[in-house]
Write a protein that binds this ligand. Structure first.
Ligand code: IMP
Ligand code: MG
Length: 185
């Protein structure tokens, strides 16, 4: 395995900047959902770091649950527009105020499919909180209620986001140098 230094083009968002923005989002969410049955739904696996940091900034009661989805055409770096649920929620969202917690919205297909599915289960509301927004890549309209950062059209990794499932643990968001990165076998 390569060390990330070998293919890091630049750090796009440093750890302290990420954490400061997450605290702002947490304060906003805490105000908006005061007195409501808030349930954070994290989309595995990329959203995990963001979820655990975000929830520690919330000052209101809330529950969490997880789901996992995969695009048809696994391994592809691009969503195909069709999404399959590979792990469903363990709890009911009926009458809950659901806030989807995502690492990044790219084409928008993943989150759109999840929103469509969850709306069929009679939640009180479904809203979206994404750490990163690659807005220029959007192919389907997505209402984003809370956005950490809009980022350029570059492949990024770290802070939950993977390169072939590795490097999710890094505390910052970095840009890959594709000519230097060697995928694991
Ligand atoms: P979408 O369906 O195209 O919006 O894709 C969203 C998913 O693609 C995210 O949950 C990520 O797993 C993945 N993704 C998109 N861009 C990146 C990136 O730059 N780095 C790592 N994963 C990415
Ligand atoms: Mg992902």
């Amino acid at each position: 395995m390569q060390h990330y230094h070998d293919f890091l083009q630049e750090i796009l968002i440093e750890e302290d900047i990420l954490q400061a923005r997450i605290r702002e989002l947490g304060a906003e969410i805490s105000r908006d959902y005061e007195g409501k049955p808030l349930m954070l739904v994290c989309i595995l696996r990329g959203g995990v770091m963001f979820l655990t940091d975000l929830m520690r900034t919330l000052t209101i009661p809330h529950t969490i649950d997880f789901m996992a989805v995969s695009s048809y055409g696994a391994g592809a770096r691009q969503s195909s527009g069709q999404v399959r649920i590979t792990l469903d929620l363990q709890t009911s969202i009926e009458d809950k105020d659901v806030l989807l917690v995502e690492d990044i919205i790219d084409s928008g297909y993943t989150i759109s499919s999840v929103i469509d599915l969850l709306r069929t289960r009679q939640p009180a509301s479904v809203r979206v909180c994404t750490l990163l927004d690659k807005a220029i890549r959007r192919e389907t309209e997505v209402p984003i209620d809370y956005r950490g950062f809009e980022i350029p059209n570059k492949f990024v990794f770290g802070y939950g986001l993977d390169l072939d499932e590795y490097y999710r643990n890094l505390p910052f968001v970095g840009i890959v140098r594709p000519d230097r990165y060697i995928p694991p076998d």
